[in-house]
Write a new protein. Structure first.
Length: 181
């Protein structure tokens, strides 16, 4: 595997895009939607794009999550484990890229399990789950949110970007694409 200056630049672009989408979501919708007990990080749709853009995208969503979580600092576990969840999720998506929808579904699971596994300590979910423990409710909530972001929004964006009339002009201008489907 060769990682050149073009890949480094693409990683920086994906990092910036991830951070900017989170900032725009924070400003337009509110902070709790990207780091609260019921969060839906729209920027996580980019994880599905690892199918097209490979390691630069994996690096971008990982570093972007690190920067976002560092800015909205709620604790060291979030700064370390959040980016790790994105790294695992995007890597799984890239590795399973031959089965796109499955890849997007599987890619959502590490975020739900890892982030939900610690976030309940900072934001206990409301007692709407009855007898379900707080940690299980948070894992469920984050998994559903991640499925929406990665497997629904991400898969739709991936499908649109994969169209030849969109991807071919980008490739002709030097964009590296791992898989067109």
């Amino acid at each position: 595997m060769k990682f050149d200056s073009r890949d480094l630049a693409l990683t920086a672009v994906f990092t910036a895009l991830y951070v900017v989408i989170n900032i725009v979501q924070t400003v337009t919708v509110g902070n709790p939607t990207i780091y609260g007990p019921i969060q839906l990080r729209v920027a996580d749709f980019m994880i599905a794009l690892a199918i097209l853009f490979g390691w630069p995208l994996v690096g971008g969503v990982t570093i972007g999550c690190l920067l976002t979580n560092s800015y909205y600092f709620i604790g060291a576990p979030d700064v370390v484990l959040g980016p790790m969840a994105n790294l695992i999720a995007a890597s799984l998506v890239m590795l399973l890229r031959k089965r796109r929808l499955l890849a997007c579904i599987v890619g959502a699971l590490p975020i739900g399990l890892i982030v939900g596994g610690y976030l309940w300590m900072f934001f206990p979910p409301p007692d709407v789950f009855g007898t379900v423990p707080a940690w299980a409710g948070m894992i469920g909530s984050l998994t559903i949110s991640s499925l929406i972001a990665v497997a629904v929004i991400g898969y739709l964006v991936l499908s649109i970007l994969s169209r030849p009339n969109i991807i071919e002009p980008l490739k002709s201008r030097g964009l590296k694409v791992v898989d067109q489907g």
